[in-house]
Write a protein that binds this ligand. Structure first.
Ligand SMILES: [Zn+2]
Length: 336
C-alpha cells in the first residue's frame, strides 16, 4: 500500500503587510496578514479568507481563536465560506481563522507573554509583544469591518452552552444576536479590553459567540453556529436566503454572573447546561477527600445555566456556575 497519503492541490496563501480591500477583485482570496515578527526574525501572520463579492454591500468580519485554544470557530468559518459564491455576495466577508497564532501553536488561551489578548484591546502602538499585536490587529484588520462576529468557546475546565454575548441596546447587534439560533443570549455592554468592546467603540456592530469547549472541534456545535452565521449574512442582505434556518429559540438574559466557591474541595455541579434553576435550588456540592460534604451551594436567584465548571478540583474561588438572569417579559434591549 503506497497510496495511503493523498496530496491535494492547494493555493499558496499570499503574504500581505496591509489589507486593502479595494484592491481585491471579486473572488475568494487566501491571505496571510503580517502583524509582528518573532525572535527569529520570522513574520507572525494571521490567516485570512476574504470573499470579495461582485456587488456592493457591507464588510462583515469573523474572528476565531483570539484565545489560542478556542478552536470551534475555525471550521465554522471554513464551512460558512465554502458556501459563499462571490458572484452572488453583496459586500465583503472576511474570516480571520486564527487570530492568536502564537497561543494556538502552544494550545494556550493566552499570548506567550501570559497576557489575555481579549483584555488588552485596543493595545498600544509601542509596548510589549501582546500590546503591539493587539494594536496592529485592530488597525490592520478590525478597522475595516462594519460588523464583527468574534467566535469563542469555553475555557479549560468549563463548558458553555451555545450562547451569545451582545449589547442588546444596539438594534443591529440585537438583530444579529437573535438570528444566530443560540440557546441563550446574555445582554452585556462589553467589558473594557475585549475585542467586542473595542470594535463597538469604533462604531462596529459586534458580538461574541460562544461555541462549545476548548481544544476540540465539535461537529454538531460547528454546524449549529455555521447555520446561524449564514442567517446573519442573510439578514444583513449579504447573501440570499438558503434552505437552512437556525431556530430562534434563545432564552434572553438581562445580566449574568459567575458563582464561585468560598472554600476548597471536590466540586460536583448539579444542573446541566441551559437548565432553568429556581431560587434556592441546590446547584453544587463540595466534598472533602474523605467523602464528607463541606458545602451545598444553592442558586441565589432564579435563572438559566449559561456555563458550568467541569473541573472537580476546586480551590477557594473556583468557578461553579455561570447563572443568567432571565429578562422580564422574555426579551432584553432593542425589541423590533
Ligand atoms: Zn474566548
Amino acid at each position: 500500500m503506497t497510496d495511503w497519503i493523498v496530496p491535494h492541490q492547494r493555493e499558496t496563501p499570499r503574504p500581505i503587510d496591509a489589507l486593502v480591500l479595494s484592491d481585491l477583485a471579486p473572488g475568494v482570496h487566501r491571505l496571510a496578514l503580517t502583524l509582528i515578527d518573532d525572535g527569529a526574525a520570522t513574520p507572525v501572520r494571521i490567516p485570512l479568507i476574504v470573499v470579495q463579492g461582485a456587488h456592493d454591500g457591507p464588510t462583515v468580519g469573523l474572528t476565531a481563536a483570539v484565545h489560542g485554544n478556542e478552536l470551534n470557530g475555525i471550521p465554522t468559518i471554513h464551512r460558512l465560506f465554502k458556501r459563499l459564491d462571490p458572484a452572488e455576495v453583496r459586500g465583503t466577508v472576511v474570516g480571520a481563522t486564527i487570530v492568536n497564532v502564537p497561543g494556538y501553536l502552544r494550545y494556550d488561551r493566552l499570548f506567550p507573554d501570559d497576557r489575555d489578548l481579549n483584555r488588552i484591546f485596543p493595545g498600544k502602538p509601542n509596548g510589549n509583544e501582546s500590546d503591539v499585536y493587539a494594536f496592529r490587529l485592530v488597525e490592520r484588520l478590525i478597522a475595516h469591518f462594519e460588523v464583527l462576529l468574534d467566535l469563542h468557546t469555553a475555557s479549560f475546565g468549563r463548558v458553555n452552552s451555545y450562547y451569545v454575548r451582545a449589547d442588546m441596546n444596539d438594534a443591529k447587534t440585537a438583530m444579529m444576536a437573535r438570528t444566530l439560533g443560540a440557546e441563550i443570549i446574555v445582554h452585556n455592554e462589553g467589558a473594557d479590553g475585549t475585542l467586542r468592546a473595542c470594535a463597538a467603540d469604533r462604531g462596529i456592530a459586534a458580538l461574541t459567540v460562544e461555541i462549545g469547549d476548548p481544544q476540540v472541534i465539535d461537529r454538531g456545535k460547528v454546524k449549529e453556529s455555521r447555520v446561524g452565521l449564514r442567517d446573519v449574512l442573510e439578514e444583513l442582505d449579504v447573501v440570499d436566503p438558503d434552505g437552512e434556518r437556525a431556530p430562534r429559540k434563545a432564552v434572553e438574559c438581562d445580566r449574568s454572573k459567575w458563582l464561585y466557591t468560598d472554600t476548597g474541595g471536590i466540586l460536583d455541579v448539579l444542573p446541566k447546561l441551559a437548565d432553568r434553576v429556581e431560587a434556592g435550588a441546590p446547584i453544587a456540592h463540595l466534598l472533602d477527600p474523605w467523602g464528607q460534604k463541606v458545602r451545598t451551594y444553592r442558586a441565589p436567584e432564579a435563572g438559566v445555566v449559561v456555563g458550568r465548571a467541569t473541573n472537580p478540583v476546586a480551590p477557594t474561588g473556583a468557578r461553579i456556575l455561570h447563572l443568567g438572569h432571565l429578562a422580564e417579559g422574555g426579551s432584553v434591549g432593542h425589541v423590533p
